[in-house]
Design a protein around this ligand. Structure first.
Ligand code: NAP
Ligand code: ZN
Length: 370
């Protein structure tokens, strides 16, 4: 992998989907992957269908993607895509439909069978006999940055957690960023997803794998958040602010495409799996204690994060996050002890800038949640 690899072409601005049909249409027959409501409620599905019909491209709308997509559902979606004969995918939605599209793109051309050469879990190997179908993405949340990452995060009921896969061909070919698709987000979804993007920028910036290039991008993304903290608090967004926040989210995606995340994400997965806490909210519960850990080894980096966010202290940061993320679940110490057994095995533990083992992860859980 080169020092910086991000092959997705980004098209940003007002009505960018309607005015760039040549970037949306990547083949002869389209499979549109979206959530139950996100495609329609954001207005993005309407624009996509308008372009496809004008260009006489046949399409199938697969709007069955649940939040936190589950692995066997992805193989089922791929069966439908394969039977329909689509040769490219348009993903519309938050991180869940975007990640689902990546898995469907792999499984459509690499059919998993129980006793065959390619099994369901082989997707985590990251190398496939047939190249995934080409895809483009229209994010309708400003958070995951999935439109510019190669990652897809799948729920595994067998392991009771989530795990990611990626390969060089699971980057989208094009990503369309238009704030009109995120402007109608419910207030709390807007906040949760924004905190997810902030976590990507912070975890990337403080990551052991950070480079000059990722640091530069991460600070720029945090500066954008710094300008819009009040809007996130009030829930009042113009279309332009929404496009800026989408851009900040994509910057977060570009950063973690190179660095990966850290323990905030791997510890957050348990909160989502066992308590159904939205992804960004789960990360937000943990980020304050994580930054305290970073402060013990790289106080300069913590100071730079705070300055970019227009804040003066970690207390101010924690207070802000607490204000925009309500507590939606209770936790017990024995639950946290169990979760550490899984979270400590995640590969991004190695990227954490300070030393972590089971007992220090447990401490972070306890201080964040009890
Ligand atoms: P999401 O699960 O995609 O969506 C959350 C909720 O928001 C859903 O109910 C969705 O409706 C709704 N929604 C989305 N856009 C909307 C809009 N414009 N208007 C109204 N409602 C809208 O949430 P997310 O936080 O964006 O994605 C989380 C997933 O991404 C997790 O599985 C997480 O692990 C993954 N993730 C991936 C990466 C990566 O690099 N690939 C990074 C971080 C996180 P529908 O149910 O109708 O869609
Ligand atoms: Zn995330």
């Amino acid at each position: 992998m080169p020092a910086f690899h991000m092959p997705t072409k980004i098209i940003k601005g007002e009505d960018c989907v309607l005015s760039n049909p040549q970037c949306l249409i990547l083949g002869k027959k389209a499979f549109i992957v979206t959530g139950k409501t996100s495609g329609a409620r954001s207005g993005a599905l309407y624009d996509v269908i308008k372009v496809l019909e004008e260009q006489k491209i046949p399409y199938h709308v697969y709007d069955k993607i649940e939040n936190n997509p589950e692995i066997t559902d992805m193989a089922r979606g791929a069966d439908i895509c394969r039977n329909y004969g689509a040769d490219f995918i348009i993903a519309i939605g938050g991180g869940s439909p975007l990640d689902a599209a990546k898995a469907i793109a792999v499984y459509t051309v690499n059919e998993p069978t129980e006793d065959g050469e390619f099994k369901l879990y082989d997707i985590f190997g990251g190398s496939y006999k047939s190249k995934p179908l080409p895809m483009c993405a229209i994010p309708t949340t400003a958070g995951t940055g999935s439109e510019v990452t190669p990652y897809s995060i799948l729920t595994l009921h067998k392991e009771q957690t989530k795990r990611s896969f990626s390969c060089v061909d699971t980057f989208f070919k094009y990503a369309f960023l238009d704030g009109k698709y995120t402007q109608g987000l419910p207030k709390q979804v807007a906040r949760n997803t924004a905190v997810d993007a902030m976590c990507h920028l912070i975890e990337g910036y403080t990551n052991k794998k950070a480079t000059d290039m990722t640091d530069y991008i991460a600070i720029e993304g945090l500066r954008i958040f710094g300008k819009h903290l009040a809007a996130l608090e009030s829930g009042e967004f113009t279309r332009d602010i929404c496009t800026e926040l989408l851009w900040a989210s994509s910057l977060g995606g570009m950063v973690i495409s190179q660095t990966g995340t850290t323990i905030v994400h791997s510890m957050g997965y348990q909160l989502t799996y066992f308590k159904d806490i939205p992804h960004g909210m789960a990360n937000g519960y943990l980020i304050g204690e994580y930054l305290k850990g970073v402060n013990t080894v790289a106080p300069d980096k913590v100071q730079n994060v705070l300055t970019a966010l227009n804040m003066t202290s970690l207390d101010e940061f924690n207070e802000y996050i607490k204000n925009i993320l309500p507590r939606v679940a209770d936790f017990t110490k024995s639950e946290l002890e169990e979760w550490v057994e899984t979270s400590i095995k995640a590969k991004n533990v190695a990227s954490c800038p300070f030393f972590v083992d089971k007992s220090s992860e447990l401490e972070i859980y306890i201080r964040s949640l009890l």
